[in-house]
Ligand binder design. Structure first.
Ligand SMILES: Nc1ncnc2c1ncn2[C@@H]1O[C@H](COP(=O)(O)OP(=O)(O)OP(=O)(O)O)[C@@H](O)[C@H]1O
Length: 543
């Protein structure tokens, strides 16, 4: 049902046209079978009648061909379009969701849905057009059967309802196993994540690798295999059961029903012929049910993810020239943020904090590990929404409507930064020239080339990659800079350059620079130091 909605949402009008042409194809098929039936049972009286029948036969066959092709082409387009829209919607949903919510969902779950579920769906929607035509053919045949004999039709429909009900029970059972298998898939993705990101640690420690493999990955993979096997077994039972029931129906019509009802033999043979013709589309539907159930589970997962994303959606209106806005002050007033407590863990709460930042200041944010520096950075930059308290920029409150504008004041290099290999969204005509200048200042001109806003490589050392992240921040040229332990993996010479030259240059350009640092040798270079201790400001003093 959800799959049908998916198509209807993609293009309601086209779906209606496709269904109508499908129905025409089905009805024409029924008429063709009726023609074959009458010709076989009654024969043709004259040459003229034969010629008429031949033309009628050709016309019906042509209509079936054309209408089924139109229906399928339309449905193929609609279904592929639906998957395309779903991919974009999901990606948009992730991009506009609150960071905290995405952190809670976790990368493996997001990836499992973005890759696995969407792939399952896109591999299955191709079947929907064929199923629609099959259903139309079955529908057309049933209508023809209804015309042949009301009593036999009633018996046939009664039998079919019971048959469909029993098959549905089996399919529901298979769907249950598929759901379990899909839940296991999330855990599998978590382990795949560990393999790709923890490969060095796993390679270096044989017993850790072995235990990870046997206790975690293998267990999940085996459980996924078992649930999938159970689902597939149930599906094959349902296909076999469906075929058996079909033969049972044919047997009943041939041997059982004539004993109870008086049915002319030509009606019986017409029924058998039509039912035999219906067997092909029925079998085809039964074969595709497995893929459809899998797609339905995937769609449920996608929709659940979409719903949680929509429930945590932020406004992401696009505002041009935001960075040209002038910055004078930024105030955090009684701002708090709390992480939910993990098992056996005490809940970490940052704040309430009061901070007042001015343009052109260099502020060091210092404190021990876990004191809340990065959390504060996410609150200052608007990535986390304060649970209480308020943030003001240039005297104006930051709220849901202007948070997107607010974020454009910041150029940030987080400690877990991501490096894009091209400078996207910069809108700077001198980008390449400016970027090459910065490459020289950052001592990278012999390692990296820049052509049309694209970096020749990002396969560099940690320190060099971080310099490229700094280069991107330079090019963004925004009023407030924030560096989260930027210098931690720089060599002593460049670390010195960072603290003594880069930060001072930014200050001279009237930038506000927030530096999260453990380098106490350079604390004297700050205009101001804010020290955090277990989520509270221990001191906020000028140097
Ligand atoms: N994504 C998260 N989910 C739950 N708790 C978190 C999360 N990130 C941080 N925390 C908790 O918040 C506390 C502060 O973390 P934060 O990263 O802000 O510290 P920090 O001062 O930047 O530490 P470090 O110097 O080690 O980088 C930690 O004790 C941690 O347990």
């Amino acid at each position: 049902m959800n799959l049908i909605w998916l198509l209807l949402r993609a293009s309601g009008v086209q779906v209606v046209i496709a269904v109508l042409t499908g129905l025409i194809s089905g009805a024409t098929t029924a008429r063709l079978i009726a023609l074959i039936n009458t010709t076989l049972t009654q024969g043709v009286s004259s040459n003229q009648a034969t010629a008429n029948s031949v033309w009628f036969f050709v016309a019906l066959a042509s209509i079936i061909l054309i209408s089924s092709i139109i229906s399928q082409v339309l449905l193929i387009k609609i279904s592929q379009n639906a998957v395309y829209r779903l991919r974009l919607q999901l990606s948009k949903g992730i991009l506009s969701s609150e960071l905290r919510h995405l952190e809670q969902l976790g990368t493996p779950r997001l990836l499992a849905t973005l890759t696995d579920d969407v792939a399952t769906l896109s591999n299955t929607v191709y079947a929907i057009p064929f199923i629609c035509v099959d259903i139309a053919v079955i529908g057309g045949c049933l209508i023809y059967l209804g015309f042949l004999s009301g009593a036999v039709f009633a018996c046939t429909i009664g039998f079919m309802m019971v048959a469909i009900g029993s098959i549905q029970l089996l399919i529901n059972r298979a769907g249950y196993f598929l759901n379990l298998a899909r839940e296991e898939q999330d855990r599998l993705f978590k382990h795949f994540n560990a393999i790709t990101h923890g490969i060095k640690e796993l390679k270096l420690h044989a017993s850790r690798r072995q235990e990870f493999f046997s206790q975690e990955l293998q267990k999940s993979a085996a459980s996924s295999r078992d649930q999938n096997t159970a689902a597939l077994f149930t599906f094959s039972i349902s296909t076999g059961w469906g075929n058996l029931l079909f033969f049972l129906l044919v047997g009943l019509l041939m041997f059982g029903l004539p004993r109870i009802l008086v049915i002319p033999s030509n009606i019986i043979s017409s029924y058998i012929l039509t039912l035999t013709y219906m067997m092909l589309p029925m079998q085809s539907i039964l074969d595709k049910l497995q893929a459809l159930s899998r797609a339905s589970v995937a769609l449920q997962k996608i929709e659940r993810m979409g719903l949680t994303l929509a429930g945590n959606k932020e406004s992401t209106k696009h505002f041009a020239n935001i960075t040209r806005n002038r910055f004078s002050t930024l105030q955090l007033e009684q701002v708090t943020h709390a992480y939910p407590s993990e098992q056996g863990d005490t809940r970490f709460t940052l704040g309430p904090v009061d901070i007042n930042l001015q343009a052109g200041e260099i502020i060091f944010i210092v404190g021990g590990n876990g004191s809340g520096k990065s959390t504060l950075a996410k609150l200052i930059t608007g990535l986390y929404i304060p649970e209480s308290g308020s943030v003001k920029i240039n005297g104006n409150f930051v709220n849901d409507d202007n948070r997107e504008i607010y974020r454009q004041y910041f150029s940030v290099v987080f400690s877990d930064y991501f490096l894009f290999d091209s400078f996207l969204g910069m809108g700077n005509p001198n980008l390449d020239v400016q970027a090459r200048e910065y490459l020289q200042q950052l001592n990278l001109e012999r390692k990296v080339r820049i052509e049309n806003g694209k970096l020749s490589t990002t396969q560099l050392s940690q320190g060099q990659r971080k310099r490229l992240a700094l280069l991107t921040a330079y090019l963004e040229d925004r009023p407030i800079y924030l560096f989260d332990e930027w210098a931690s993996d720089q060599d002593p010479t460049f670390r010195d350059i960072f603290y003594r030259q880069i930060l001072q240059n930014l200050k001279q350009r009237n930038k506000t620079v927030l530096v999260i640092s453990h380098d106490d040798r350079y604390f004297n270079l700050a205009d101001r130091i804010i020290k955090l201790d277990y989520g509270k400001i221990e001191f906020d003093r000028r140097n």
